[in-house]
Structures are given as structure tokens and as C-alpha cells.
Design a protein around this ligand. Structure first.
Ligand code: UFG
Length: 330
């Protein structure tokens, strides 16, 4: 069985969906603090918190072949304001989980890491061996876990893959799952809501960067493609020992203003926006080299173009303007 920890969140729920489609036995573990019970679909849902080893043990009542870890807090801004919250959940919580899993005999781990481990890049596209200089507590916590996994691979013989997501975006192409953060801070869902008048105008965080139009460049990757990469990672761990890291990005960069144009085109409505000050800690450009994931994992992104990513996100948002229904009853 595969344990999908944080499987009721954005990326985790799409991975659980991919496991269901492939009929891989699994269970979702989530504390539902930020996840949504309905995002877990028909998967078995175990309510537990990684910071509470007693609750976690429920997940290991039967043999667990692999643990996938999606249970991190994700807001860079919040991590500056409350670093200990991030260290407590994203590092201590994962250590509790690893301890519990290793004791129970689990040997395979897939960890949700982030482009935030790199900080301000020296060059793009960013390759995996680029120096790691996180510029915020969030990125530090991701790097700390990657390093812990590497040491545990040596000490305990575990196998681990850390997947460094660039900008996860889009939604399930079948329309069953989507992005529902509270508060929402990500560019594409904010821009879609602004286009449809569900939010005030979008604020572009700075247009005085050293980029062609002055706004920041990011690499948006479809969440369904991220999900596939996790399935590929499980297969990779069958054959490979040690700890490994892979970038997951499309390999293409789009500026904030380019994204707003694509959202306007796809939605058929202008995105109202104004230019505001820079956001603390935003690198000017983050674009992945995805060559290693393609070669070693055999990862083949199915939805590499930004129009499709935005169209899937907009379709889900149209059908679920308030996000998941269970949020209203919490
Ligand atoms: N942006 C705006 N206005 C907004 C929201 C975002 O201009 O209202 C800009 C940001 O400045 C950035 C781009 O849109 O240039 C994308 O911003 P997101 O907040 O959607 O995503 P980030 O690039 O900040 O964050 C992503 C992941 C993080 C990860 C980070 C790596 O969501 O988990 O990349 O730096 F840490």
C-alpha cells in the first residue's frame, strides 16, 4: 500500500486520483487543516497529523510500501512571518513521519520539494546541481527534508525521490479536482477570479525586474503532469536505491504579464490589474531544466502549454466558484 500524506490538498489529491486510475492500493492521510475531504474522492481517508505520532500510527496498521509526502505548508509569505510554524510542520512533522514509517519497515519515500530550494538562480534553466541558497524559511524547510532523506538513505537504506515543483497550476482535466487554497495566493487562480469579477483587480508584484516586460518569469507546470511524475517516481524507486532529486517544470518561462494575457484570452475577459511593489523574496526568473526527470523517470508531460493549464484551471473554477463544497460545512 502507498500512503499519500497530505492527499486531500492540491497536488496530493491529483496524485491520489492518478493512483486510483492505476488501481494502486493506497490510503490518503490528511489532517484536513488545508485539505478537503471531498478532494480525496473514493480513496480511504485517514485523519491524522504528521506532528502527532500517535495519530500517524493509524496509517501504518498494515504494511506500507511507500510514503508520499504532500503535507507541507506552502506560503512563502507566511513562512517569513512565522518561521517556527514552518519548521514545526514541514521539518519536525516530516521527521515524525519518517521515524514512524522507518520503524514500520517502509523503505520508499517521494517528497514534495520546491524550486524554492534554489533561491535566486545564477543561470536558467536551473539544473538540479545548481547551488541551493533558499531565500525564505519555506525553501529552507524543503531543503532540510531533502538533506534528511539523503542521510537516512545512507543510515537506514531507505530510497527517496524529492520532486522540486516549479509553479504547480491547472486542474484535473476531467474536472473533478482543482485548486482551492485559503487564502489563495497563486497567480493563475487569482487572475481567473479577477477576470470573472469574483475578486478586485490583480496586483502585479513589480514590473521593474530585469526581464523583457519587467514582471517576474515563472515555469508553470500542470498538476496532472506533476501527478504522473509521482507515479514515475514510484516505479523509479523499484529499481534505484539512494536519494535522488528531480526538477518538475515545463522548461518554459512566462512573465506575470504574459500569464495575464493568456488568462484574458482563455477566459474571453480582460484581467483587471494594477502594478504594485515587488513581493519580498521573489526571484526575477525561475525556469526548470526538466531533462533529468525526462531521462531518469521517463516523465512525459501531457499538458506542457500554458493555455491548457489555464483552461483546465478556469473550467474547474467556473464549476466550483467557491472551491470544494465541504469547505462550507467545516
Ligand atoms: N504574482 C503577482 N500577483 C499576485 C500573485 C502572484 O504578481 O497576486 C506573481 C508573483 O510575484 C510571481 C508569480 O506571480 O512572480 C507567481 O506567483 P505565485 O505566488 O503563483 O507562485 P510563486 O512563484 O511565488 O511560488 C511558487 C510556489 C511556491 C514556491 C515558489 C518558488 O507556489 O511553493 O514558487 O519560489 F516556493
Amino acid at each position: 500500500m502507498v500512503l499519500v500524506v497530505g492527499g486531500a490538498g492540491f497536488v496530493g489529491s491529483h496524485v491520489a486520483n492518478a493512483l486510483r486510475a492505476k488501481k494502486v492500493p493506497h490510503a490518503v492521510v490528511d489532517n484536513l487543516e488545508n485539505g478537503h475531504a471531498s478532494a480525496a474522492g473514493d480513496s480511504r481517508l485517514i485523519r491524522a497529523d504528521i506532528r502527532d505520532p500517535d495519530s500517524l500510527r493509524q496509517g501504518f496498521s498494515e504494511p506500507v510500501e511507500a510514503v508520499m509526502i504532500f503535507s507541507g505548508y506552502i506560503s512563502v509569505g507566511e513562512s517569513y512571518r512565522d518561521p517556527l510554524k514552518y519548521y514545526d510542520n514541514n521539518v519536525r512533522g516530516v521527521i515524525e513521519l519518517l521515524r514512524c514509517a522507518i520503524r514500520a519497515g517502509t523503505h520508499k519515500f517521494v517528497f514534495s520539494s520546491s524550486a524554492a530550494v534554489y533561491g535566486e538562480p545564477d543561470a536558467i534553466p536551473i539544473e538540479e546541481d545548481h547551488p541551493k541558497r533558499p531565500t525564505n524559511p519555506y525553501g529552507e524547510t524543503k531543503l532540510a527534508v531533502e538533506n534528511a532523506l539523503r542521510w537516512c538513505a545512507k543510515a537506514h537504506g531507505i530510497r527517496a525521490v524529492s520532486l522540486r515543483y516549479f509553479n504547480a497550476a491547472g486542474a484535473d482535466p476531467d474536472g473533478l479536482l482543482g485548486e482551492d487554497h485559503d487564502p489563495e495566493e497563486h497567480l493563475i487562480p487569482l487572475a481567473i477570479d479577477a477576470a470573472f469579477g469574483r475578486r478586485d483587480r490583480l496586483v502585479v508584484f513589480g514590473d521593474d525586474y530585469d526581464t523583457p516586460d519587467g514582471s517576474c518569469i515563472r515555469d508553470y507546470v500542470h498538476v496532472a503532469d506533476l501527478a504522473d511524475a509521482h507515479i514515475d517516481a514510484l516505479r523509479f524507486l523499484e529499481e534505484n536505491s539512494g536519494a535522488h532529486e528531480f526538477n518538475l517544470g515545463s522548461g518554459q518561462g512566462f512573465s506575470v504579464k504574459q500569464v495575464l494575457n493568456v488568462v484574458s484570452d482563455v477566459c474571453g475577459r480582460q484581467v483587471p490589474f494594477e502594478v504594485g511593489p515587488r513581493r519580498l523574496g521573489d526571484p526575477a526568473r525561475l525556469v526548470a531544466s526538466n531533462a533529468r526527470a525526462k531521462t531518469a523517470l521517463g516523465w512525459v508531460p501531457k499538458f506542457p502549454d500554458l493555455e491548457t493549464i489555464v483552461a483546465h484551471a478556469a473550467a474547474w473554477r467556473e464549476r466550483n466558484p467557491h472551491g470544494y463544497a465541504d469547505k462550507l460545512t467545516r
